[in-house]
Design a binder for this molecule. Structure first.
Ligand code: MRU
Length: 355
């Protein structure tokens, strides 16, 4: 990771006394590189809800550390009381955003650790929660590296790659997920040309993806979401790489709103379309994309955010689903740290997760 590491910002870390979690405030990028200190449950909930920390894997890592930060405040409590409150705090954080499975996955992992503890020393289990948070973080970095190694086999030097939203290191740490083959291939001397959809309404592609790739010296062109078709038709795109927030057992997956449209276009133009994410994003309890709960956000994000004046009349209704579901039939392959799953996904995702 050396080549591009120098140019990266740190995204999540514990404070020196380990009583707070410090995050890069992603709502302030690209113009302000500011850090925000979180020391209580409410600010942790808000940080996830308001997208100060965002992207499925990063939310999972953050949740792991946030539970440690909260556990530290309860060190003096008798273990039974600690356990009850710890579970309650996890339930509370889990209510901040519904779609990305990584949030509930990391919270469940911390709660399971506490539930399985057979001692009575609160201080000891708090320490173990801290170790588990660091483990989730380390595993995530390893996951990203392995996704990079698998993903790079899908592209060749000189390829044009289109991506949607931000599944780079800001969202996933390490090399990111959708960007992992791009960073890794670049380190091996390959050159890519990346097209970054701006990603309305919250502009993660403009504010975050083009920012982090440009900062790393990668050739990136920002386009409006509505321009993906003309760019694909021109022959400039050899592959589409996107992230994922939840993959259903049949291979349907939720990702940032607009992803399914990109997949439909890619199919039309015969361009391979891949989603890349940690195996923890596969939710075998969710049979198909129809069972994924899609977060709906404040319509003001469409009408007012980023503008000095509202861009639609007050009385105009707007609808702001934050994610959509891409049908598995549009997906060429699913890349996880365990390898690449090809259709039929129902069968091959299970096999991949057994590795
Ligand atoms: O609402 P966001 O910015 O958290 O949405 C992020 C995405 O949809 C990403 O593509 C996704 O989390 C997959 S990889 C980080």
């Amino acid at each position: 990771m050396e080549g591009t590491k120098k140019t990266r910002l740190e995204v999540i870390r514990l404070s020196e006394d380990e009583k707070s979690v410090i995050i890069l405030d992603q709502t302030r990028l690209p113009n302000h590189e500011e850090y925000f200190t979180i020391s209580d449950a409410e600010s942790a909930w808000n940080a996830i809800k308001l997208l100060q920390v965002r992207g499925a894997p990063a939310i999972g890592v953050f949740a792991g550390y946030a539970m440690y930060m909260l556990a530290q405040k309860m060190t003096e409590k008798p273990f039974d009381e600690f356990k009850e409150e710890f579970r309650e705090q996890a339930r509370y954080l889990n209510s901040s955003r519904p779609t990305a499975v990584n949030l509930s996955w990391a919270l469940k992992r911390q709660v399971a650790l506490v539930d399985s503890y057979d001692g009575t020393e609160t201080a000891e289990i708090v320490r173990m929660v801290g170790e588990e948070a660091a483990k989730i973080d380390d595993e995530n970095a390893e996951m990203s590296r392995r996704i990079a190694e698998h993903g790079v086999t899908l592209v060749k030097d000189g390829d044009g790659i289109l991506t949607h939203c931000n599944a780079g290191y800001l969202a996933c740490l390490g090399y990111g997920t959708a960007t992992a083959p791009i960073y890794y291939g670049t380190e091996q001397g390959m050159k890519f040309h990346v097209f970054s959809d701006e990603t309305r309404p919250l502009l993660q592609g403009a504010r975050l993806t083009s920012y982090e790739l440009a900062r790393a010296g990668i050739d990136v062109t920002l386009i409006c979401d509505s321009m993906a078709s003309i760019v694909m038709k021109s022959g400039a795109v050899d592959a589409v790489f996107v992230g994922c927030d939840r993959i259903a057992a049949n291979g349907d997956f939720a990702n940032k709103i607009g992803t399914s449209g990109v997949a439909i276009l890619a199919k039309h133009y015969g361009i391979p379309f891949y989603t890349l994410g940690p195996s923890s994003t596969i939710d075998f309890d969710t049979p198909t994309g129809d069972d994924i709960h899609i977060e709906e956000r404040d319509p003001r994000e469409i009408k007012e955010m980023w503008y000095s004046e509202p861009m639609a009349l007050e009385e105009v209704h707007s609808y702001n689903p934050s994610f959509d579901v891409t049908d598995h039939e549009l997906v060429t392959g699913i890349v996880t740290e365990n390898g690449i799953a090809w259709p039929p996904f129902e069968e091959n995702l299970k096999k991949l997760n057994m590795k």
